[in-house]
Design a protein around this ligand. Structure first.
Ligand code: ZN
Length: 142
């Protein structure tokens, strides 16, 4: 079994210690919260959509290093993306952490999550923010 040092790549430690876009988002028009009871992670995600483009992202919550780093890095990457680009990224990220990708570098900084595929119990930590994204994009937000 691979050691935890493999799991916590530099970028993941960095984002978990200093999460980007942490807090509420003024002007958010979508939000969703999701939890991962297996680990105790909780994420509340806020999006500001302009048409079908994601113009701003923020999140609140608490969780393990993987859950927080994933939410932080996801927010950085989503800004400026269209909804369909975000959904495609979510698909690729899900594939990366569940069974790995032939070329993780295609995912840019998200490639830091590649080792998660060797730790099946932690996959849902890494995917939590992306599940919240899917909810925020598809559910009608009253
Ligand atoms: Zn977790």
């Amino acid at each position: 079994m691979a050691g935890v040092r493999t799991l916590y790549q530099e970028a993941i430690l960095d984002h978990s210690k200093a999460p980007r876009n942490f807090g509420k988002l003024a002007g958010a028009n979508r939000h969703a919260s999701r939890e991962n009871p297996l680990c105790g992670d909780e994420i509340e995600l806020y999006l500001k959509l302009d048409g079908d483009r994601i113009v701003d992202v923020a999140f609140e919550g608490e969780g393990c290093a993987l859950a927080v780093a994933s939410a932080s890095m996801m927010g950085e990457i989503l800004k400026g993306k269209t909804v369909s680009e975000a959904e495609a990224l979510s698909q690729s990220f899900g594939a990366l952490v569940r069974h790995g990708l032939a070329d993780p570098s295609a995912l840019g900084p998200l490639a830091a999550f590649a080792p998660v595929s060797q730790f099946p119990a932690r996959v849902e930590c890494a995917r939590l923010a992306w599940h919240a994204l899917a909810s925020a994009l598809t559910e009608s937000n009253e």
